[in-house]
Ligand binder design. Structure first.
Ligand SMILES: Nc1ncnc2c1ncn2[C@@H]1O[C@H](COP(=O)(O)OP(=O)(O)OP(=O)(O)O)[C@@H](O)[C@H]1O
Ligand SMILES: [Mg+2]
Length: 512
């Protein structure tokens, strides 16, 4: 059908065009022909039609020009731990390869470095069965298909050559791996759209500032650590203090239209638990889960994080407000460390090579607001920070590149205080511009009473506190049970933004 309409259109155009020339014998020469098509008496619809099909044909032509008529192949010469070496191929960094396993199977790998004539590759799949001398075939990235509705972008950026994975509404309610393959047994993901996993961040000058609040459904965050649309926040915590539960509550209760969850480098068991018990069927319906657990290759874990971000970017570009949850940023950094050390990069800070610290902002900067008036990606990244270890280089680096950090402490969790957010140590850096000054004053009052009590806690415990000597401390002691109840929230309890702010005002007898 498509072909016959092409032919019809091509026949129509010349039939009209010569008639114009016949009326104007002085018309100098053919290069003016396109101008005659613009003349007012040619129907607008015809112009649009011609433009549409000429664009389509031009896209087909340029794609045909990019086809490489020769297929070259190299040979696998060495496997050293995670790194494979191949000779006989010259491929750019980031290219994909297929390594043939005797017996018809194959294994996918990506070029991660080179040294002279040698290419270093890392597998994205299992490498069992590879033999010396195995054939290494470059994988062409599938170019996007030309359509009559949209012109193709010129493919001149590195990201255009990176892997393209499926994006789109069909992913909602699905659980996929780092390569976009379904893990939930619900059949293939059928979508027309695909997108490069290596896209670049939005131009910082075009980004919409963080101006509007984002309701995450958690009382303490909504009222005391207000988060804005497009803000990127780190959730700093040790193991087992309630990160997953808190993220799951946000995913279920948030006002965001779409939730994208990246489960990177965590235990495989946790993936199922998170989806079934924490997210639940209702939460999953408007979520996309990308899971690359600890047993997948480091490359797949990196790709999983990039893919989750790509999916969120696609929804943002459709004008939707997205909540991106990444658990965890530390495991992402560890995957990059595994790769970098394996190809010989020297470790600099606590075993982390420099490329790790370059990778983190590249990933995080892709989240955030889009251009003015568009959608947004509000992101939460978990960062493993055990105890009071402020020296952890990943936590340090994450704190610097994120717009806020919420600290979950074991002391609170051990006391059954959930969510175990330590409001003294936590900061939302965008909050200033989001809430009214009167609201901000109450937050300051709340924090100062809370800290006042914490500092005198030991005195109170040993009975050395005598009421009447310090009015501020007396107030803190009196109000402490109310403040504590205010901060705690059950797993199944949702508290919207308006209600949370109202309750904060009520605590201090103020009106919003
Ligand atoms: N809001 C809450 N109300 C009641 N209990 C909670 C709440 N949040 C967390 N918990 C308890 O804390 C436990 C650990 O939570 P969770 O699995 O979220 O921790 P985690 O930090 O993700 O752990 P890991 O580091 O192992 O991934 C839960 O099993 C639950 O019993
Ligand atoms: Mg967890």
């Amino acid at each position: 059908m498509t072909d016959s309409s092409v032919i019809d259109d091509e026949q129509d155009v010349p039939a009209e065009a010569p008639a114009q020339h016949a009326d104007m014998p002085d018309t100098p020469d053919l290069p003016d022909a396109p101008d005659t098509l613009q003349a007012p008496d040619v129907p607008e619809a015809l112009n649009a039609h011609v433009a549409k099909w000429s664009g389509f044909l031009a896209d087909c032509g340029s794609l045909a020009g990019q086809i490489n008529p020769y297929q070259h192949a190299g040979r696998l010469t060495r496997i050293n731990g995670l790194v494979m070496e191949a000779s006989g191929l010259k491929l750019p960094l980031g290219s994909g390869c297929r390594i043939m396993v005797p017996g018809g199977n194959s294994c996918e790998a990506e070029v991660v470095g080179f040294n002279g004539e040698k290419l270093f590759m890392m597998p994205t799949d299992d490498v069992v069965g590879l033999a010396p001398g195995a054939q290494v075939i470059p994988l062409e990235t599938t170019p996007p298909r030309p359509t009559t509705t949209e012109r193709l972008e010129p493919r001149r950026r590195a990201s255009d050559r990176a892997k393209h994975l499926p994006v789109g509404d069909a992913l909602l309610g699905r659980v996929v791996d780092g390569a976009g393959r379904p893990l939930d047994g619900l059949g293939p993901v059928v979508t027309r759209h695909s997108r490069s996993v290596a896209s670049r961040a939005v131009n910082p000058l075009l980004r919409e500032p963080i101006r509007r609040t984002m309701d995450v459904g958690i009382r303490s965050i909504n009222s005391l650590l207000t988060v804005g649309r497009g803000q990127r926040v780190g959730l700093f915590a040790g193991s087992g203090v309630g990160k997953s539960v808190l993220l799951g509550m946000m995913a279920r209760f948030t006002s965001a239209e779409v939730v994208v969850v990246g489960l990177i480098g965590e235990r495989g068991r946790e993936v199922k638990e998170f989806i079934e018990q924490i997210l639940g069927a209702a939460g999953l319906a408007r979520s996309v889960v990308v899971a690359a657990p600890a047993d997948t290759s480091p490359l797949m874990r990196l790709q999983g994080a990039a893919y989750a971000t790509t999916v969120a970017e696609w929804f943002r570009d459709q004008g939707r407000h997205v909540l991106l949850i990444m658990d965890s940023l530390t495991r992402y950094a560890m995957a990059q460390r595994e790769i970098a050390l394996a190809i010989g990069e020297p470790p600099v800070t606590r075993g982390y090579p420099p490329s790790v610290f370059a990778r983190l902002p590249q990933l995080v900067e892709r989240a955030g607001n889009g251009p003015e008036g568009g959608g947004s990606i509000t992101a939460f990244y978990t960062v493993l920070a055990e105890g009071d270890d402020q020296q952890d280089p990943i936590a340090d680096s994450a704190r610097a590149i994120l717009d806020g950090h919420f600290v979950l402490t074991r002391q609170l969790a051990d006391g059954g205080h959930y969510p175990a957010i330590d409001i003294e140590q936590s900061v939302s850096r965008a909050m200033h511009g989001l809430v009214k000054p009167s609201h901000f004053d109450l937050v300051r009052q709340f924090k100062s009473l809370w800290s006042r009590y914490q500092r005198a806690r030991d005195l109170i415990a040993v009975g050395a506190y005598a009421p009447g000597s310090d009015p501020q401390l007396d107030l803190a002691v009196n109000m402490f049970p109310v403040l504590e109840t205010f901060l705690q929230q059950r797993m199944d309890e949702r508290e919207g933004y308006e209600d949370a702010v109202m309750k904060l005002h009520q605590l201090f007898g103020a009106t919003p």
